[in-house]
Design a protein around this ligand. Structure first.
Ligand SMILES: C[S@@+](CC[C@H](N)C(=O)[O-])C[C@H]1O[C@@H](n2cnc3c(N)ncnc32)[C@H](O)[C@@H]1O
Length: 274
């Protein structure tokens, strides 16, 4: 039996360090994570776990908590349409604006285990102009060290690659070595992204650096104050005329920033006003 005090201890810690909000009605979503910690620390139950962690949270335990309490759900070509529209139309619109010294600079700022950033590259190569990939600089970050490690390795199970990835793309961009159920992204796609750890709540955002920022399915876990704060920083990090790519169903509702909502090839994006 996990007491409310213990649930609150973990939800407060996670909120403070990641901005992810577990309301008391969501406490049941902490159960399996707390049970994983009980096994990890080899303690008899939640009370002993609480006593242990209330004393000290080492940097290693902090990383473990972040890895465990973030939701890394992702899949290849998630919602497909924005990836096609980005590769076919959004990139052309940036090229037409002429603001391209040093090539297009893109950031996937909650890239989880990498499916998003590899989908971005496959989409450009398949639906857009493959030459755009040659000069493009791609940054990819996440708060979770474990997710980043997997993203860098670019190795996925058969089940993971089946989610969202059409067979021709799987064959073109992945290689399967031996009998193991592991599909690894080919070296050229794996070599391009610059992966780094970045906390959207406390990280130091650059100024006017990016033409495109993918920030998909991460702000849905934040409260309105944090969402506003992160979006102000994303606004700052975009170049004038640069684009923000949200997940399906995400919007700027409740946030007052000079973005315009634009439709490109049937998908919606936010463009920073010039
Ligand atoms: C649900 S996944 C979305 C992944 C991908 N963008 C997509 O749409 O498929 C959310 C990701 O956001 C990351 N995340 C959560 N809070 C974060 C924070 N404060 N800073 C950076 N990343 C965070 C999580 O670790 C997780 O990998």
């Amino acid at each position: 039996m996990i007491s409310d005090q213990i649930y609150k201890f973990f939800s407060d810690y996670v909120y403070k360090h990641t901005g992810i909000l577990y309301k008391d009605t969501d406490y049941y979503r902490l159960d399996s994570r707390i049970n994983t910690l009980i096994k990890h620390f080899d303690v008899p139950g939640p009370d002993e776990l609480f006593q242990l962690l209330a004393m000290e949270i080492t940097p290693q335990t902090h990383d473990l908590l972040v890895d465990l309490f973030t939701n890394n759900e992702t899949y290849f070509m998630r919602d497909l349409k924005p990836f096609k529209a980005f590769a076919k139309g959004l990139i052309s619109s940036i090229k037409e604006s002429g603001n391209l010294i040093g090539g297009i600079h893109l950031w996937s700022c909650a890239s989880s285990t990498g499916q998003e950033v590899y989908s971005i590259q496959m989409a450009i190569d398949t639906f857009g102009d493959p030459n755009d990939l040659i000069t493009m600089k791609i940054d990819a970050s996440d708060i979770s060290k474990e997710a980043l490690k997997k993203a860098k390795e670019g190795s996925y199970t058969g089940l993971e690659v089946q989610r969202g990835l059409p067979a021709p793309l799987l064959i073109k961009y992945f290689e399967k070595k031996g009998e193991e159920d592991k599909w690894t992204v080919k070296t050229n796609l794996r070599a391009r992204p610059n992966f780094f750890e970045f906390n959207l709540l406390s990280g130091n955002f650059p100024v006017s650096k990016y033409h495109i920022i993918f920030c998909r399915n991460v702000l849905i876990y934040q409260d309105m104050d944090n969402k506003r704060k992160i979006l102000e920083n994303i606004y700052q990090a975009l170049k004038p005329g640069g684009y923000l790519v949200f997940g399906a169903g995400e919007s700027m509702i409740g946030v007052q920033l000079p973005f315009e909502h634009v439709e490109i090839e049937g998908a919606w994006f936010y463009r920073k006003k010039s």
